[in-house]
Write a protein that binds this ligand. Sequence first.
Ligand code: ASP
Length: 440
Amino acid sequence: MLKVLKFGGSSMADAAQFAKIKAIVESDDSRRVVVVSAPGKRFKDDHKVTDLLYLCHAHVQYGVSCENIFQMIRERYEGIAKDCGLDIDLSADFDKLWRKLCDGVDKDYVASRGEYFAAKLMAAYLGWTFLDAALWLKFNLDGSVDQEATYAALRQAAEGQKVVIPGFYGVMPDGRVATFTRGGSDITGALAAAALDADVYENWTDVSGILMADPRIVEDPAPIRRVTYSELRELSYLGAQVLHEGTVFPVREKNIPLNIRNTNEPDNPGTMILSAIEDETADDSFITGIAGKKGFSIITICKSGMSSEPGTLLKVYTILAKHGINVEYAPSGIDIISLVVSAEKIAPRLYTILGEIQQEINPDSIKVTEHIAVVAAVGRKMAYRPGVSGKIFAKLGEHGVNIRMITQGPEELNIIVGIEEKDFQQAICVLYDSFVKESM
Ligand code: ASP
């Protein structure tokens, strides 16, 4: 049994957090690979080390001294080392970074040192081997990960050892250090789990899993215990922000479960993300989650005989694609189609696009409805229960929410409604109250 663990910035913030990590890791023998982020905020107005590193780089770029900021970073690590009782000297590494900074080294290298120093300290603290990500995480020239080379290199480097790996960065084919986008240590952890065929990838953060609805809208939403990768995709597409975008792919591809856990509440099982859930239990609620997003427009095109005229839709889609607009949802009737698109993207080109559609397919009418929000109830169990959509529409209607568009994914994983933006919060609360609270 092998578990790969990734600890985020808040879990790495100070010596007290380091102690929690040590207890978590040492409580289970199968936890043998640890990936870490750079120290994050300790309190509300604190700084993330990565932000400070970017700030140092920007100062040098503009010829402004950054000695004070650099000193803050250095003291942050020295403080953790001292409070953890570590006998480790990072001065040579820091002196080297300072020289490189002054010589104008690139931004990615500077930012990557946040994770590099963090992993060095954690390795010393756990008494494990420090394994530099630059030795195995290989990028292609286009910035994608060379999975084959990466997996082979990690397998060889980590063989039979307990290792601590810095997240967030790897190397380009020419040996230059490059980073993922912000929050990318999640991906490093997923790649490590996939490379080593881990039994589970534990992503340790400061929340006890994914919540069933946005806590800024619903008061104290329940956590999701188990969710499939497909459900998670639906939820995150509509705004549920949980993991870095590229995280899921490597572990999903290998059917490795991903467990979101809370470093500050280690006994909480968190959320388990799985490829499929065969043994449904009563604990798994009927709806997995509710998510939504504002900022859509609906273009509704009517043309009699549209469905029997081959190529009409192709023409419309081609026009949109030419202008870089993708269609998010497209519910249709026999002579009518509604295209849900991003309001922000279409706004500057709206009249040009409508003109082109008019010319190309000569519809009976085109109507644009603005200020639309999309809300989805996502749940793998919905497919087996009749009457769900009826209940959704009835509940929204009872609360005066006017539904402008309805669509259901082909796998019946979600029911999506388009509503007016002003009703957004209300719709989410109504769905949560009727489907989650009432069934609890
Ligand atoms: N430290 C990096 C950031 O703040 C990467 C990460 O934490 O995943 O974005």
